[in-house]
Design a protein around this ligand. Structure first.
Ligand code: G4P
Length: 535
């Protein structure tokens, strides 16, 4: 698909209106990769699904990019894919499902207007989904739910719905309801249109008509699936009586989620999700900057960097800043102001992402994600805007939980190590803390795997061979106070436990929980934050 063809067709208001930017989230193994591929197939962005089988036989799912990911078979990098469906331009952001990369995922969630949550019907709500939903709920992100793997023996659908409502604290409005499961999976009943969509296994191609049965008592069901049909009739009564009806306002407020049942691997239910996305999910919404409200169809361009990634493609040894356009239009050669440095930048070579390929981009609108190649100038949280310098909040840094120091096998390379760690810290691969007493950089991570990524990248990109050792840090908490004198006193008194992070913010790193509690008690004028919003 031509990117140019996606753009410049309508005035900006219309272009913004037809955009849908959403993330796909799930606990690992729920079927996120499979579903992503099916969505891309519908959008014509790929012709055949690589599917998970290909992942195992050394070809990789189109949304998997990095070398580490290939080795481990888990999503490390978040990727972005754009395709068109029913007149809408859809930007789909993949998120790493593995818990060790949740920091990256949280940031991706700040760049979207909606999220598609995939639940494994056999497992229900899992740990990673709970965490991700917390972030969505904080931001009031509208959620569409897909309950996957109905072709397997799974849990009772009413149980799964109940669990989502109880554990995730979001009301569910079933839009389809399954008839049977596993070998007895006959299809889903569309509660809006009052007809059955018949399940056909093994469908690996898009655009095939799904067979519709007008009556829920069609002989096909009563004869072939008598038990499943009877159970379904009972459930239907309950659902119609107790389930919340779909309500657009509650959905947009993030309080209610439309729920679909299906089987991603069999391409069943995917079309319903696309319909929900195009019809119900919001187009880009206004964003708050410190100075003003930024309207997506405003004439002036603005955007925020939510992710930096190096080496997405070994042939292009560069960094890409992923920027969400918040307002206006990107055109090649656009001159913008970089808020952090207060310097102008010319954007000449922005790229867009089409599954595995990156393509040069001439025009993009609010809601789109563009990639800006750079050599370290751009950081997570940076804002680029035409005209006024803008400061936008909303990209959180989370307090890391595991801390390590790198020990060089060749001590002469310590300068290179510091530079490399600084760069990786700015990218957000890991958090880096530079102690006030210059005792050597400390790395902080949410998950162990982040260290392995750093070790791998140090070796392959910077030619630095290092081993990591633990340090006695319990947590890193950002410190602030309205009382500058107290802050100064604290800085002097606790210098050996203080460090600056990649953005120069002061962090307190106590060795134990008890030390933290004592400090909080002793310094009531100070606030210790577990997250830092990048602005
Ligand atoms: P993830 O990205 O969320 O981690 O999940 P992914 O799509 O990789 O799917 C995880 C596993 O679930 C895969 O099985 C995949 O084939 C399977 N799967 C996805 N959707 C469905 C579905 O609708 N029904 C069934 N029965 N399985 C589904 P795997 O064992 O890892 O690979 P494979 O041997 O099946 O290829």
């Amino acid at each position: 698909m031509e990117n140019a063809a996606l753009a410049a067709q309508f005035p900006i208001e219309q272009e913004v209106k037809r955009r849908r930017t959403f993330a796909i989230i799930s606990h690992p193994d729920a079927g996120k990769t499979t579903l992503t591929e099916k969505l891309l197939m519908y959008g014509g962005a790929i012709r055949t699904a690589g599917t998970v089988k290909a992942k195992k036989s050394q070809q990789f799912a189109t949304s998997d990019w990095m070398e580490v990911e290939k080795q481990r078979g888990i999503s490390v990098a978040s990727s972005v894919m754009q395709f068109e469906h029913e007149g809408c331009v859809i930007n789909l952001l993949d998120t790493p499902g593995h818990k060790d990369f949740s920091e990256d995922t949280y940031r991706v969630l700040t760049a979207v207007d909606a999220a598609l949550m995939v639940i494994d019907a056999a497992k229900g709500v899992e740990a990673q989904t709970i965490k991700l939903l917390e972030v969505c709920r904080q931001r009031k992100t509208p959620i569409i739910t897909f309950i996957n793997k109905m072709d397997r023996e799974v849990r009772e659908p009413l149980d799964v719905i109940d669990e989502i409502e109880q554990i995730l604290g979001i009301a569910c409005a079933p839009i389809t309801w399954p008839v049977g499961m596993g070998k007895e999976f006959a299809g889903v009943f569309d509660l809006r249109r009052h007809h059955m969509l018949k399940f056909t296994p093994g469908d690996n191609t898009a655009h095939q008509a799904v067979e519709v049965l007008e009556s829920v008592d069609d002989p096909y069901l009563t004869k072939n699936f008598p038990i499943a049909h009877a159970t379904f009739k009972e459930e239907l009564e309950i659902v119609q009586e107790v389930a919340d009806p779909f309500n657009q306002e509650a959905f947009l407020a993030g309080d209610l989620s439309p729920v679909f049942f299906g089987s991603a691997i069999n391409n069943f239910g995917v079309r319903d999700i696309l319909e929900a996305l195009t019809q119900w999910a919001p187009s880009p919404r206004p964003r708050e900057a410190k100075e003003t409200t930024v309207y997506p169809d405003g004439a002036q361009f603005s955007g925020i960097v939510f992710k930096i990634q190096a080496n997405m493609n070994p042939q292009h040894r560069d960094r890409i800043a992923f920027l969400r356009i918040c307002s206006g239009v990107y055109r090649q050669g656009l001159k913008v102001n970089h808020a952090r440095s207060a310097k102008p930048i010319r954007l000449d070579h922005a790229i867009t992402f089409m599954a595995q390929e990156r393509a040069h981009l001439t025009t993009a609108y609010a809601g789109d994600i563009i990639g800006i190649p750079n050599h370290g100038k751009l950081r997570v949280g940076d804002v680029l805007s035409e005209g006024e310098l803008l400061a936008m909040v909303g990209i959180p840094h989370f307090s890391p939980e595991i801390f390590k120091k790198a020990r060089l096998n060749d001590p002469l390379r310590s300068k290179q190590l510091n530079k490399a760690l600084k760069e990786l810290g700015e990218e957000g691969t890991i958090q880096v803390f530079d102690p006030l007493e210059k005792t050597g950089m400390i790395m902080g991570a949410v998950g162990q795997l982040q260290f392995e990524t750093v070790a791998h990248r140090l070796l392959t990109e910077y030619n630095i061979d290092a081993t990591f050792e633990s340090v006695s840090v319990h947590k890193a908490l950002w410190v602030s106070s309205e009382d500058i004198h107290q802050l100064k006193r604290f800085t002097q008194a606790s210098a050996e436990r203080l460090a600056y992070d990649a953005a120069g913010a002061l962090a307190f790193m106590p060795p134990t929980r008890a030390a933290l509690d004592i400090t909080i008690e002793r310094w009531p004028e100070l606030t210790f934050h577990t997250t830092r919003e990048i602005s």
